[in-house]
Design a protein around this ligand. Structure first.
Ligand code: OXD
Ligand code: MN
Length: 593
């Protein structure tokens, strides 16, 4: 059959990229099991990945990155728009002309002697109104194998391109993995992403942060929806009805764990059950019912390994037992894996994430403890492995969102939970989100980092416009989700956590849903609605008397100090900050007086 115009365009772009990168061969990824198996074999043969214990971890592999390529490199990540103003004060900016020239020189001949793989992928159910199509060209089989887990790949996607023509053009080359020539470039005006000289997931699985957040946030602005750094979870209530919430937290606040929560003993009798829709990204649209509906565009988890164990996340421990790619973890002598904060005893020996012999207590030349796994070591696992995976995952329409939850790590200031006064105030709460460094970091305690809606590194345009967009979405919603803020990390004077966290967080979610259904009580405070002592169901939780009122207390003096930090932060946006947020600032200041 002859190619139609759309397919001709796709092939012309592939040829253009191949002319630049000069691969020896081009291979199309078709999403079949046979091709995947063949690629796994090739990748094992080349040493890029290694088989793990086939009995204990069937279908699992280990990959090691080079030591200077273990995390997202935000200082090498750019938004490339014609006008610098459109990238805004929180992004690195480069002109498209300069970016194409600079990276073009690096891409030139970068795939010589290698194969260029063509990965047509869909973020979201293929053919859904919510979904977006991309094509990633890469010289890394590791990228291919990860994309096969994280996205939907294959012929059906090509049919979408044939029909509609539009797709995000994603070009990746690991090149020489040279950090000095590493660039992660986004061209929202051309629907294009270029990533070169990295092999780390967040920089190279271009469907994830690059497309699903930085490019998609631009599309969402234009098309009137929201692309957010949020988990989505369903809470099945005792009567069998499922309600869904979306939640945004900065890194290291337990987003993945919350998405897979196990109901605590005390509430188990009520029959609650949690359904995981997503742990990282939510695309949300206003439907004809005036509510906000969401999908998770991803098909897998790219989660942080250290700290994951049967207490923090038993569901994830089950999810990563098969068909999972582990990156930069410790290899045990029996061909299984381990990381700091994993279950069981610390292994007596192993091979560390850099491929060196390791045993507990090893130190480097400066006397610093050498960890077996890299602190940002990861697992890539299909959502279909997850025992709590939602039955609505394939639903083209997504799930209706009853509540949006923002959160941060604050040793003091923010109570366990509060509800915003209305949508505009909720946007203010999200825009002023922040996390503190923990007490473990001597000297840095209390240092606050603002991370609005947990989108600071991921909003692909001017964040002032982003806040405005949030306000506009609120005006169009006739049945808006209510907006809440949670803080699981409040401590007492000795630095001990006041709230037990983990599964017990369901007690807070229960209050949140009851607020949405207008059945829970609260008291109005200057910062919003806070539960009274008897408004949370504490059945079966041995909780010290008075701790709940400590958790719910609001210190006006501290909040007035917080206002100063917010003011500084807002001023950084100059005239781009919507006046409604200054108005919320003034109102809060008035209420705190
Ligand atoms: C992630 C991140 O990897 O937020 O999900 O950095
Ligand atoms: Mn994330």
């Amino acid at each position: 059959m002859q190619d139609n115009e759309n397919m001709k365009k796709l092939k012309a772009w592939i040829k253009e990229c191949a002319d630049l990168c000069q691969p020896d061969e081009i291979v199309w990824i078709d999403g079949t099991e046979e091709q995947k198996k063949r690629l796994e074999k090739e990748s094992v043969r080349s040493g890029e990945i290694m088989h793990l214990n086939k009995k204990k971890l069937p279908g699992c592999f280990l990959h090691r990155t080079v030591p200077n390529d273990v995390a997202r490199t935000e200082h090498l990540t750019f938004i490339c728009t014609k006008n610098k103003r459109d990238a805004g004060p929180t992004n690195n900016w480069m002109s498209p002309q300069e970016a194409y020239k600079k990276a073009g020189d690096i891409f030139k001949g970068s795939m010589k002697g290698r194969i260029m793989y063509v990965i047509p992928f869909s973020m979201g159910p293929v053919g859904s109104e919510f979904s977006k199509i991309g094509v990633e060209l890469t010289d890394s089989i590791y990228v291919v194998l990860n994309m096969l887990i994280m996205t939907k790949v294959g012929q059906l996607v090509l049919e979408q391109i044939e029909k509609h023509g539009e797709f995000t053009k994603c070009l990746h080359s690991k090149a020489e993995l040279d950090i000095n020539k590493r660039l992660i470039l986004h061209f929202p005006e051309d629907n294009t992403i270029w990533s070169v000289n990295s092999g780390y997931g967040g920089n190279v699985l271009l469907g994830k942060k690059c497309l699903s957040l930085r490019i998609a946030s631009n599309q969402a602005l234009k098309e009137g929806w929201l692309a957010e750094h949020m988990l989505i979870m369903g809470i099945e209530e005792p009567n069998g009805h499922v309600e869904y919430v979306a939640a945004a937290f900065p890194s290291a606040c337990g987003k993945t764990n919350l998405a897979m929560l196990i109901p605590p003993q005390g509430l188990k009798k009520k029959g609650y059950r949690i359904w995981t829709v997503g742990d990282d990204i939510a695309w949300m649209r206003i439907d004809t019912d005036g509510s906000l509906w969401a999908i998770n565009p991803e098909s897998g988890f790219f989660g942080v390994a250290p700290g994951t164990n049967s207490k923090s996340n038993p569901t994830m421990m089950k999810t990563i037992k098969k068909n999972t790619i582990f990156t930069n973890v410790l290899l045990k002598p029996d061909g299984t894996v381990w990381w700091e904060g994993c279950d069981g005893k610390v292994p007596e020996k192993g091979i560390d994430w850099q491929g060196r012999p390791w045993k507990p207590g090893l130190t480097d030349e400066n006397g610093k403890l050498i960890t077996g796994a890299n602190p940002n070591s990861r697992f890539t696992a299909p959502i279909s492995n997850c025992p709590s995976a939602s039955f609505r995952l394939q639903h083209h329409h997504g799930v209706p969102i009853s509540a949006i939850i923002f959160g941060g790590r604050r040793a003091s200031l923010a109570p366990l939970v509060y509800e915003s006064l209305n949508w505009q105030h909720g946007v203010f709460v999200g825009a002023t989100m922040a996390s503190e460094r923990t007490a473990a970091q001597v000297g840095k305690q209390g240092e606050v980092r603002r991370d609005p809606m947990a989108m600071l590194p991921f909003c692909g345009y001017n964040m002032g416009d982003y806040f405005k967009h949030w306000l506009n979405i609120g005006k169009k919603l006739t049945n808006p989700p209510r907006i809440f803020h949670v803080n699981w990390f409040r401590t007492d004077k000795k630095g001990k956590f006041l709230w037990p966290g983990y599964g017990e967080n369901l007690r807070v979610l229960e209050w949140i849903l009851d607020r949405c259904n207008r059945t829970a009580g609260a008291v109005k405070t200057p910062i919003g609605f806070v539960p009274k002592v008897n408004d949370l169901d504490m059945t079966g939780l041995d909780f010290p008397k008075g701790a709940l009122s400590k958790l719910a207390s609001i210190d006006k003096k501290e909040w007035r100090q917080e206002l100063e930090g917010i003011k500084d932060f807002f001023e950084g946006f100059g005239n781009d900050l919507p006046k409604e947020l200054w108005q919320e600032y003034e109102e809060l200041a008035k209420r705190l007086r």
